[in-house]
Write a protein that binds this ligand. Sequence first.
Ligand SMILES: [Zn+2]
Length: 93
Amino acid sequence: MAITKLVQRSSRDWFREAERTYTEKHQGCPWCGGSHRVFCQRRETTVIFYCQGCDFQVSHESESERFVMHPGVDERSDIVPETMFGAPKTMSS
Ligand SMILES: [Zn+2]
């Protein structure tokens, strides 16, 4: 049942959490919980957090206030996040 809270988070919540763990856990990842593995990229109006440990990624485009989140891979279990992210969006460049 522990996954419930993960699934219920919105992309916006994930972004806020990524901001927090990036600072508080020294480039920590809100998905896999590891430290020293998250990159923060800023491109014009977009801020992206990316975890090289689990492929979790979340971005915020400040002009349109759009949040996009890609679930990470949880190597510790077979849990697959439910389909609120069913049609993964890729970043258009
Ligand atoms: Zn991670």
